[in-house]
Structures are given as C-alpha cells and as structure tokens.
Ligand binder design. Structure first.
Ligand SMILES: NC(=O)c1ccc[n+]([C@@H]2O[C@H](COP(=O)([O-])OP(=O)(O)OC[C@H]3O[C@@H](n4cnc5c(N)ncnc54)[C@H](OP(=O)(O)O)[C@@H]3O)[C@@H](O)[C@H]2O)c1
Length: 311
C-alpha cells in the first residue's frame, strides 16, 4: 500500500476554486472498517453547499477536508473484526458525512455502511445510487408512505434524486406525474412517468388536483404552488425544507427530512438493480482532477441524472 493518494481537498470554504487536486495521506482503518479503492464518486448538491459553508454550524468539518458521499469501488483491506467482506469485493456506500469522503483514490468506511455491488450496473455508475437513490426511497416510501393506488407528483423528475424517484414510484405501481423541462421529456417517460409537465411552458398548479403525494426536490415557488393541488389529508415531502404553516392552512401533512445512511435500505435498492429494474442516468463523467468543473456543472441545477467523478 502507498502512504499517500491523490485526492481533491478543500482547505477552507468558498467557490469551486477551493477544490485542490493534491496528495493526501492514505486513510487508516479501524478494526470494524474497510479500506475501499474508489472507482467513482458521484457529486450531490450537498457537496457544493458544504463547500460554500452552508450549514457549517450543523456539520462542522476539519480542514483539509475531502467531500463526496456516494462511493463505489473495490475493497483493498479489511480491519481485524470484519468478517462479511474480503479484499477484492466490489461494494458501494454512502459514507458517514462527518469523515473524509470520496473525492480520492481510497476511503476508510465502517463495514456496516457498505453494500455488495449488485449485478446489471457498472461500478462507475453504481456511485450514482447511494445518496440520491436512498433520498428518493426514503422520501417516497418512509416519509410519504406511497401506495400503489395513489398519485404522486415528483418535482424535478430529471434530477439526481428525481430519476430514482420516478423509477421507484413506477415499480410500486403508483400513478406518476413529474415536472421537468422539454429537453428531458423523453428521459422521464422512459423512467416511468405517466404524465409530464414542462414547468417552463405550463403551470402544473392549473392542471392538477387531488394529488395524494407531492415529492418536492425543488422548493421555493414550486412548493408554494403545490399546496393547492394536494388532496385534503394528503402529504408533501420535501428534500429542501417544507413550509409547515402553509401545510397546516391547507390541511396537508408536510415532511422535510435529511436522508441517513441505511444499509438495509440500500440493499432493497440493490435488489431492484439485481432484477434489472433500475437505471442510473449519468449527465457527465469527469476525471477526479476536474472536480472544479464537475461542481460548476452541478451548481447550474440543470443536470439530467448524476455527475460522476472517476478516479
Ligand atoms: N434532504 C436530503 O437528504 C437531500 C438529499 C439529496 C438531495 N437533497 C436536495 O434536493 C435537491 C435536489 O437534488 P438533486 O440531486 O436531485 O439535484 P440536481 O440533480 O442538481 O437537480 C437538477 C434537476 O432539477 C431540474 N429542475 C430545475 N428546476 C426545476 C423546476 N423549477 N421544476 C422542475 N425541475 C427543475 C432540472 O431539470 P431541467 O434541466 O429540465 O430544468 C435538473 O434535471 C437539492 O437541493 C439537494 O441538495 C436533499
């Protein structure tokens, strides 16, 4: 094993220029941990929000810090207490966000945080699943309690979270409506949308009513216009915070949540992939050394699916 590895680290908060491609120490593993040789790490909006310093009171970090919480790769070494995995196993994980992340050649994670790679999805694309996929799953089924006889409106169906939410809701058998722009219409239809509303051309709030569940990955005015189309007693689940006062006025349950890392949930998602029922949509892949460009692209908020760094 080398003593150092290539990584992209931040030494302070700021714009994408604080991302520095450089040598960093190889992570050391504890007895219950594994060292993963990373194949790919997906970008999520939380990465550049943390980089900018948002939520630094809630999630303090020590500089220099490695971002990235969506990892796939191969186990390079195991701790003395690890029994279920061996060097050479292909795995994916949403590692604990308080520790150094996946913009690097290697990462140390607890064995309880990793899941065996399913068939049917390449290792580089698998990195797109853990954070965004678990957010979609938790939002629809754990928070939103979506059932097969219900209607769901997914705002931002072409995004990292939305592309998974569409597939999960479709496989569950719900009636799936989504908002996106015209360029992504064919994509969202291919992922299981039954109805597509081009948010740039039409006002969804004038077309829809009595929706059981709105899954909101956009917020702001989109959320404001959503309350009136949800049936009384229905639910709005948001990944970006929900206006509880508005929800109470309309007689709607609102839920805002931060996804946790849950191996059992990731296993259920992996089972769908094993059955060939899950696609990872990738907007663009970048080499690790181009992490700045990858952040700039993500920050524009127009990516279809995931942006992935390759080691
Ligand atoms: N709470 C949590 O645990 C959690 C977890 C994951 C993500 N999040 C948050 O959830 C949000 C979404 O994450 P993400 O990874 O899905 O983001 P993303 O991949 O960057 O989303 C980009 C997508 O949003 C679509 N979009 C932009 N404006 C839209 C609008 N007004 N109406 C409908 N679609 C619109 C874009 O489609 P067009 O190009 O067609 O506009 C694009 O495909 C982020 O704020 C993220 O931080 C929270």
């Amino acid at each position: 094993m080398p003593n150092t590895m290539k990584a992209v680290r931040i030494h302070g908060y700021g714009d994408s220029s604080v991302l520095v491609y450089e040598d960093a120490p190889l992570p050391q593993i504890g007895p219950d941990e594994v060292l993963i040789k990373i194949t790919a790490c997906a970008i999520n909006p939380i990465d550049w929000k943390v980089r900018q310093g948002h939520g630094k009171e809630r999630m303090p970090i020590t500089f220099p810090f490695i971002l990235g919480w969506d990892v796939s790769g191969t186990i390079a070494a195991i701790g003395s207490l690890v029994s279920h995995y061996n060097p050479g196993d292909k795995v994916f994980t949403r590692p604990n966000s308080s520790r150094n992340g996946g913009y690097a050649e290697y990462i140390a994670v607890r064995a309880s945080e990793i899941t065996a790679a399913p068939a049917n999805i390449s290792l580089p694309h698998l990195a797109g699943i853990p954070l965004a996929g678990q957010t979609a799953w938790a939002g629809l089924f754990e928070q939103g309690k979506l059932r097969r006889d219900q209607s769901v409106l997914i705002h931002g169906g072409s995004g990292g979270v939305g592309t998974f939410a569409l597939q999960f809701a479709h496989h569950m058998g719900a009636h799936v409506i989504t908002t996106t722009s015209a360029k992504n219409k064919d994509l969202v239809l291919s992922l299981g949308a039954d109805e597509v509303i081009d948010y740039q051309a039409e006002d969804f709030s004038k077309k829809l009513k009595d929706i059981d569940l709105v899954f909101d990955t956009i917020g702001g005015d989109t959320q404001k216009r959503s309350w009136g189309i949800i049936k009384k007693g229905g639910t709005l689940v948001s990944t970006v915070g929900a206006d509880e006062k508005a929800a109470a006025e309309y007689g709607i349950t609102s839920k805002s949540f931060m996804v946790d890392s849950n191996g059992a949930r990731l296993q259920q998602i992996a089972a769908l992939a094993d059955q060939g029922k899950l696609k990872v949509i990738v907007e663009k892949e970048f080499p690790l050394s181009e992490a700045r460009a990858a952040h700039d692209l993500s920050e524009k908020g127009r990516a279809a699916g995931k942006i992935i760094l390759l080691m």
